[in-house]
Design a binder for this molecule. Sequence first.
Ligand code: ADP
Ligand code: MG
Ligand code: MG
Length: 208
Amino acid sequence: ADALDAAACTTWVREFARLVHEQRDALTQLDAAIGDADHGSNLDRGLTAAVSALDAASPASPAAVLAMVATTLIRTVGGASGPLYGTFFLRAAGALDGGDRAALAAALRAGLDGVASRGKAAPGDKTMLDALSPACDALDEALAQGRPLDEALRAAAEAAARGRDATVPMVARKGRASYLGERSAGHQDPGATSAALLVEAAATALAG
Ligand code: ADP
Ligand code: MG
Ligand code: MG
């Protein structure tokens, strides 16, 4: 049940792609309020391409799956979120060693740290980090308590959703939304919303 193999990682990416496709218009509406109305279409295009690339190549290792997703996102998604999600998957791939539950937590943490350093952002800046960071903390805490992986991932997904909701009153300090200053408050961040889908997809796909 703890095996984080290439098939499990592919299932995770497919589920993320499915959720983003389903929520594409909602993500774009959120970006219309405080950005340039392309977050849903950006990510849907990138993840559709990533799934096609995985279908065509069937990478053999979990790290190769995540690295292929990263390079596809960087190549196909213009805008801030392509390089940032690309960095997330590339760093996660680099840390994904061993294929057990500890490796998964380490990979998510490495992805989070990569997004933070690439985007020069921190939690509280009203970005995808506001969903990813509490998710990593909740996952680490649940695993440290010895809870089973499916419960730990469920706790991570719930923490990501709360983090997403908590972006509503925040004033954006990074990305396009920051150009609005105080007027960015009162709107949910699109990137935090898609990042919550990423963690939700992990809970669905990797619970094994
Ligand atoms: P763009 O703003 O270039 O159109 P997207 O609309 O696809 O790109 O993505 C916007 C999202 O990217 C934001 O909602 C925010 O969560 C995230 N984002 C923007 N800049 C940063 C950053 N420096 N660090 C982390 N996340 C960021
Ligand atoms: Mg945008
Ligand atoms: Mg854009």
